[in-house]
Design a protein around this ligand. Structure first.
Ligand SMILES: Nc1ncnc2c1ncn2[C@@H]1O[C@H](COP(=O)(O)OP(=O)(O)OP(=O)(O)O)[C@@H](O)[C@H]1O
Ligand SMILES: [K+]
Ligand SMILES: [Mg+2]
Length: 687
């Protein structure tokens, strides 16, 4: 697979991005900002010192050479731009986020809210005065002033400001999914009564703005570890360079301070030091381009470490619009009899499954012979795995997972003959097709099996193959029966599956994997997914999901596409690999720079044989190495922002590949480049 492709995103204005970044590159020279990047800060201090010896070449003792001022001046100039280039890399990466924040902020205007008082009257207040648990009313045309849960009314809402999706979304109370609204979206029909769920400045859009602006971009654990490693490496080279002068004096080749600083800057890992934060920011940006909001850089990075992926069956691995395909009557009942019981059991069922059962029954001309207003609907729950209706005459009709219905019939005193081999045959036939069988019963009698047909998403098998090659194990979790689960698992190519799973099973699977040291990712949307989303290392909530799920998760998918988890894992892995590759490249570069500068330093001692690059003059050697060292930073900005070419391989294979490409390339490339710059310098007669 190549880089995950871009999808539609909310419009971001990136004009002026580069001008702003250039400006920022200079404001970031402020020592208080610069000190946060230890490697580049050393370069910045070095620049100041070389500037001093440009002004006063004899500052640290008698200067030698023909024109020390010119050489020191050139070194100062190059070092200064090394720092500016690193700042530019970071500024460009940040700029994309800022542009996105600006377009988000445009949705956040201060509006008037209609607050509903306990006595039922309406008070008009500023939206910024709203508090959590206030009740408000919004009507067609209004901007919804705060995040909330719909508690009354039904209306369509335009959420394009957040999701970029222009189709309006229906909002109504009760149903888990459709009842949450986001401040900044617009109601386009009817009216809603909303209970506010966040204080001003703490809503979803506010969090997104803070996030993309980098206010909350704290360094991730991996980034901190690498920064420490780079700082240690810098210190080692600092010691090496400081101990050089006595040796140089011994061989009667005293070296100038400017040359020592040049050597130090060439050796310390400035390439990765300059690009490190840009790589991290770009990772978050790439997640944002996929229309996913991450609460922290840490969450994005955790995606790269994921070793177990927990996925739902219905709607994630399968298309999820499970529709009634066939009624299979059993126990001597006719198709007509079964259809009317199935219809009776589904008249109150608002799930897609329930509605499709009604449609199929009506196609078979089934009718109900009771007054709906007198009957009571029994909602489906993942715990009971059944739904149905209590009829006015006391009859109880149910439909649901076959095991659950068997249990129900037994509890109503059903004869064991009801649990017939005919029933089991129908159940197995549907399951072997990968379908979901629902048994239908009335009191103590089973009437038949409904075949709910679902199909596996096209291309999902290839994606699981890719994940496997990356060393990620996939586990499918489903409330469905074992046979169906097995059939779908085999067809989709997941590594493992858990059937007849209750919502609680999700959390225990995650805990079990984590106990084995695995990093676990999962998606979810319901309130009952919230604990599992919080427990998982990467929890991705669907934007269509409940507020509780969104709060527990560390990412929210604005498109509500559960398969995006696969893209996120890819983005996270790519982030880690990019960082690893550029670190390898940066350190490998040192070999060439070392061989360019050291011979130049000891030139007067007559050890020119060390000049393996045959550079034209000692001064040109130093300048060439430094110019290469500076230019490589902007040259690698596109790679840092885009990420290195990504292939689904295991960590070991990737390491080998990286060492080969970026390690070997990192040794060879600078030799060629430095030689080229040297020729150019000699040609213009600069040194
Ligand atoms: N509307 C419904 N009425 C009655 N029973 C249902 C209904 N929807 C699903 N079921 C039964 O309950 C079982 C569990 O449903 P649940 O939604 O928990 O899991 P699932 O959709 O099968 O799998 P997944 O967890 O992958 O979404 C289903 O397999 C089915 O047998
Ligand atoms: K360097
Ligand atoms: Mg489900």
């Amino acid at each position: 697979m190549t880089n995950p492709s871009r999808r539609k995103t909310a419009k971001v204005d990136t004009s002026g991005l580069y001008q702003r970044a250039i400006l920022e590159s200079f404001t970031k020279l402020n020592p208080r900002i610069a000190v946060k990047n230890p490697v580049m800060f050393i370069v910045w201090i070095g620049t100041i010192v070389t500037a001093l010896v440009t002004i006063e070449p004899n500052l640290f003792g008698q200067a030698s050479g023909t024109n020390p001022r010119l050489l020191n001046g050139l070194i100062t100039f190059i070092l200064f731009f090394t720092v500016v280039f690193a700042n530019f890399a970071e500024a460009v990466a940040e700029g994309r986020g800022k542009a996105q924040a600006d377009s988000l902020r445009a949705t956040k205007s201060d509006t008037t809210a209609r607050k509903l008082l306990p006595d039922g009257s309406i008070q008009e207040i500023s939206s910024t005065a709203l508090r959590k648990d206030d009740t408000i009313k919004v009507v067609a045309g209004d901007m919804i002033p705060a995040d909330g849960e719909v508690i009354g009314g039904i209306a369509s809402v335009d959420e394009s400001a957040i999701t970029g999706e222009s189709a309006p979304v229906l909002k109504e109370p009760g149903s888990d999914m459709a009842s949450s609204v986001t401040g900044g979206t617009r109601i386009i029909s009817d009216e809603l009564v909303i209970r506010v769920t966040s204080d001003p400045g703490k809503g979803f859009i506010d969090r997104m703005i803070a996030l993309v602006e980098g206010a909350e971009r704290s360094k991730t654990p991996n980034e901190i570890a690498l920064t420490v490693l780079l700082a240690v490496l810098t210190q080692v080279f600092l010691i090496v360079v400081v101990t050089l002068p006595p040796i140089a004096n011994d061989v009667k080749s005293p070296v100038s301070v400017a040359l020592l600083i040049s050597l130090l800057v060439a050796l310390i890992p400035t390439t990765i030091g300059g690009l490190l934060s840009a790589i991290g920011i770009a990772g978050m940006d790439r997640v944002a381009q996929f229309n996913v909001v991450a609460t922290s850089g840490r969450a994005v990075e955790a995606c790269g470490d994921v070793s177990t992926l927990i996925l739902d069956k219905t709607g994630t691995i399968t298309l999820g619009n499970r529709l009634a395909e066939e009624f299979i009557p059993v126990n001597g009942n006719s198709l007509q009899e079964m259809a009317s019981v199935a219809l009776a059991a589904s008249v109150f069922d608002e799930t897609p499954e329930g509605k499709s059962i009604v449609r199929l029954a009506e196609k078979l001309e089934a009718t109900v012979d009771f007054e709906r207003s007198q009957a009571e609907g029994i909602d489906f729950s993942a715990k009971t795995r059944m739904s149905g209706t209590n009829l006015p005459d006391g009859k109880e009709v149910r439909k649901g997972a076959v095991e659950s219905v068997k249990g129900f019939v037994r509890s109503r005193g059903g004869a064991s003959a009801q649990i017939s081999s005919e029933l089991d045959l129908a159940y197995e036939r549907v399951s072997r097709l990968g379908g979901t069988p629902l048994a239908v019963c009335q009191n103590d009698r089973i009437y038949g099996v409904i075949y709910l047909k679902d199909i596996i998403k096209p291309g999902i098998r290839e994606r699981f193959d890719q994940l496997r090659r990356m060393g990620v194990r996939t586990v499918m979790l489903t409330g469905d029966n074992r046979i169906t689960a097995e059939v779908i698992a085999a067809e989709a190519g997941v590594d493992d599956f858990i059937a007849e799973a209750t919502p609680e099973d999700k959390i225990s699977v995650i805990q079990r994997e984590q106990a084995e040291g695995k990093i676990v990712a999962m998606t979810g949307d319901g309130t009952n997914d919230a604990p599992a989303l919080a427990q998982a290392n990467v929890g991705v909530a669907m934007n269509s999901g409940t507020q509780a799920a969104k709060e527990a998760a560390n990412m929210v998918d604005l498109d509500s596409d559960p398969t995006k988890l696969i893209d996120l894992v890819t983005i996270g892995k790519q982030l880690l690999i990019t960082r690893g590759a550029l670190t390898t490249f940066s350190i490998a570069n040192d070999v060439a720079k070392y061989f360019a500068i050291i011979p130049a330093m000891f030139a007067s001692a007559g050890i020119g044989g060390m000049n393996v690059l045959f550079l034209s003059s000692p001064n040109s050697a130093v300048l060439s190495a430094l110019i290469y060292n500076a230019l490589i930073i902007p040259a690698l900005i596109p790679l840092a922002l885009k990420g290195v070419q990504f292939r689904p391989l295991t960590a070991d294979q990737l390491l080998q590949r990286n060492i080969l490409i970026y390690g070997l390339g990192g040794v060879i490339a600078p030799f060629i480049a430095i030689k080229g710059i040297d020729i150019a310098i000699a040609a213009v007669g600069l040194a």
